[in-house]
Each structure stands twice: as structure tokens, then as C-alpha cells.
Design a protein around this ligand. Structure first.
Ligand SMILES: O=C(O)CCC(=O)N[C@@H](C(=O)O)c1ccccc1
Length: 365
């Protein structure tokens, strides 16, 4: 496929509610889209991280630079989606930036064949059950009000963000108020092995999993922690490749994996991780990074692969955006229907995109 033009479109979309995690508080989705124009079709993607390097080392300004100066030059003018990872392998790290580039090229390629990404990846459902991620709140009553609203909306699983000082009590309060609903927690690396006794207190609540309690590079710590608590450990930030997944599974460092295509370099590696996990009997689910519909659409499709047996953080567009840059995804009876069109199945609504665009840069022409 011949690439004729690559554009980077910065967008800033206000969130309907602030989102507090152990690594910071978000009020706006402030990122960029990539638009790749080829001789046969055009493709879109979004960069999933934020202006601050707090969830991981990547951030908007750095991704713009590495795409402009080091990644795009390695894939133009002729490339296929399958070649992108090999062409950019010499560039260390920058998985989220690489994911954005590979996905836009994959979108264009699939559109040129009229093929939905679900056909390409092996989706086996037309709709997926959706969980929802609930941030750290100022009080327990506020948390319970939020959870009540989300359960009333129909979400089939609740994920609570936790951190030292906000863990056992909020979980206990949710259990006491809502009973045995599917419930899990996400620490975003906020604990150390010295907190094992505190984390073991969560065992009494029959959680589905505890996500990423320790540092992203502490595979051994997670393996040791897994011996001291009963709640299954799920890894997120630690898993950036199929190789990491194989290592974590071999070390008993996790019993569940949260797959985020952005974190692992794109949908091709996401499927490889899915396949490694399934081969070892490890359940996976699709994580989220407050994506616009451009990222949310293909994530929903990924969540329809057979090994994605746990509900993901694939909530409806209105969970974060009063108005999104694509047609909204809606929750119906706890499920969200996959996009069915060619490629990633979604594209920006031109007028809405214009309103939320803060700048546009041409990376290649
Ligand atoms: O997309 C969503 O609905 C949010 C899901 C969620 O909690 N994402 C967290 C995470 O640590 O998984 C996150 C938020 C922002 C940025 C990165 C990660």
C-alpha cells in the first residue's frame, strides 16, 4: 500500500466527570488522532495516552515527536500493516505511538479490501458485555451513588480504582450495599510487597481480580504476592508484549491479563497476547484508556475474540463524553454492539472533529 499523506490531529474533548486514579486526575481527553491517506483508502487511529507521562512513560508531545522524526519515516512510502512492527523495531519503546501508526495503516489496508477488523482478528460475537471503571472518590457515599447509577445503567461488572488509604473500606461498602455483583479493583502500581497484609484483607470480598498492585517492572514481586493473597492478580502495565505475557504466566505472576492494544503496540500484538493466554488457560479482558470512538470501536471488536471471557472497560461513549467525535456506542442490556463497517468500523464526524480539533500537523506528504 502506498502512503501519500500522514496527518496528526490534536483533539481536546471534555469528560462528563473527572476521573481520579492512583496516578492522577483527568478532566479532558487531550490527545491526537492519526490520519493516513494511501493510494487505495484512508485510515484513522488515536494515541491512547495523555499529555502527562503518569500512567506510563509515553505522553502526547513525545509521541508526536517520535512519530514525526523516527516512526513515520520508517514506514513511508510503501508498507503493509504486518510490516510496521518490523520496520519500526529499531526504535526502542514507544509502544503507544507505534500502536497508533500501525492501527491507522491497518484501518486503511482493511478498508481497501472492504474487510471489517473483526473478520481480520477473528471476532466471534456481534456484541460484548461491558464493565465500567469507577475512579477514586472524595467519600464513600459519593462512590456508592456512582456505583448505583452505573448498575442501573446495566453495566455487568464494576472496577474500583484503589490506592493506599482507599481500598478495603470502599470495597467493603460496595459489597455491603450491592451484594455479590461482579467486582474487581485496579491499583495502577500503587502498592509494594510490604503491603501484602493490607491487600490480603481484600480476599474476604471475593473479587474477580486485583489489577496491577505493584510496579510495572516487578514481575517477581507479583509472583511472590500471588503466594500471599487469594484474589487473582491481573496485570496491565506489566504486559507490553506476547513475550511479557509468556513470562508472567510462566512465573505465576498473574492469573488474568488486561489487554490494551495501545499499550502493546497495536491489534496484531494484542491478538498474539490473546493467543498465548488462551493456550495457557489464562482469561483476558479488554482494558480502556478513555478512548474516543476511534479507539473504542476496534477495542470493542477485540473484546469479541473468544479468549476475552471477562467484561472489559469498554463502556458506552456517554460514560466519558457528552459528545464524541464518532457516532456514540451505547449500552443495551449490559452489552455494546460492535461496529460492523470495514476497517476499524468507525470514522470521525467531520464537523464534530473540527470543533474538538486544537491543531493539525502534516507528518508526511
Ligand atoms: O476507558 C475507561 O473507561 C477507563 C478504564 C480505566 O480505568 N483505565 C485506566 C487503567 O489504568 O486501566 C487508565 C486511565 C487513563 C489512562 C490510562 C489507563
Amino acid at each position: 500500500m502506498k502512503i501519500e499523506r500522514v496527518e496528526l490531529v490534536n483533539v481536546a474533548i471534555p469528560l462528563v466527570q473527572s476521573f481520579r486514579t492512583s496516578f492522577g486526575t483527568m478532566t479532558t481527553k487531550d490527545t491526537f488522532l492519526l490520519r493516513v491517506v494511501t493510494d487505495t483508502a484512508e485510515g484513522w487511529s488515536e494515541f491512547a495516552a495523555d499529555p502527562q507521562p503518569l500512567y506510563c512513560s509515553e505522553f502526547v508531545a513525545a509521541a508526536e515527536l517520535v512519530l514525526a522524526d523516527h516512526l513515520v519515516p520508517r514506514v513511508v512510502p510503501e508498507v503493509t500493516a504486518a510490516e510496521v512492527a518490523a520496520r519500526t523495531e529499531a526504535v526502542k519503546g514507544h509502544k503507544l505511538a507505534k500502536a497508533a501508526l500501525e492501527t491507522a495503516i491497518l484501518d486503511a489496508e482493511l478498508r481497501s479490501y472492504g474487510m471489517p477488523i473483526g473478520t481480520y482478528l477473528g471476532a466471534t460475537a456481534e456484541r460484548v458485555p461491558s464493565g465500567i471503571s469507577v475512579g477514586i472518590k472524595n467519600s464513600i457515599p459519593q462512590l456508592l451513588d456512582d456505583v448505583e447509577e452505573h448498575l442501573a445503567d446495566g453495566y455487568v461488572r464494576i472496577k474500583l480504582k484503589i490506592e493506599p488509604g482507599w481500598d478495603v473500606e470502599p470495597v467493603r461498602a460496595v459489597r455491603e450495599r450491592f451484594g455479590d455483583i461482579p467486582l474487581q479493583v485496579d491499583a495502577n502500581t500503587a502498592y509494594t510487597l510490604a503491603d501484602a497484609d493490607q491487600l490480603r484483607k481484600l480476599d474476604e470480598f471475593d473479587l474477580l481480580l486485583i489489577e496491577q498492585p505493584l510496579d510495572e517492572d516487578d514481575m517477581r514481586g507479583h509472583a511472590l504476592l500471588a503466594q500471599r493473597i487469594r484474589t487473582p492478580i491481573c496485570l496491565d502495565e506489566s504486559i507490553t508484549s506476547a513475550k511479557d505475557a509468556a513470562t508472567a504466566i510462566a512465573m505465576d505472576a498473574c492469573r488474568v491479563i488486561n489487554i490494551k492494544p495501545a499499550r502493546v503496540g497495536g491489534y496484531l500484538e494484542a491478538r498474539r497476547i490473546h493467543d498465548v493466554a488462551v493456550a495457557h488457560g489464562i482469561p483476558v479482558w479488554c482494558g480502556g484508556m478513555l478512548e474516543t470512538g476511534i479507539g473504542r470501536g476496534p477495542n470493542l471488536v477485540l473484546a469479541a475474540l473468544p479468549g476475552f471471557v471477562l467484561p472489559g472497560d469498554t463502556s458506552a461513549s456517554r460514560r466519558w463524553f457528552a459528545e464524541d467525535i464518532t457516532e456514540p456506542f451505547e449500552l443495551e442490556d449490559g452489552f455494546i454492539a460492535l461496529p460492523t463497517g470495514p476497517g476499524i468500523g468507525v470514522e470521525p464526524i467531520p464537523e464534530t472533529l473540527r470543533r474538538f480539533t486544537t491543531s493539525t500537523k502534516v507528518l508526511y506528504a
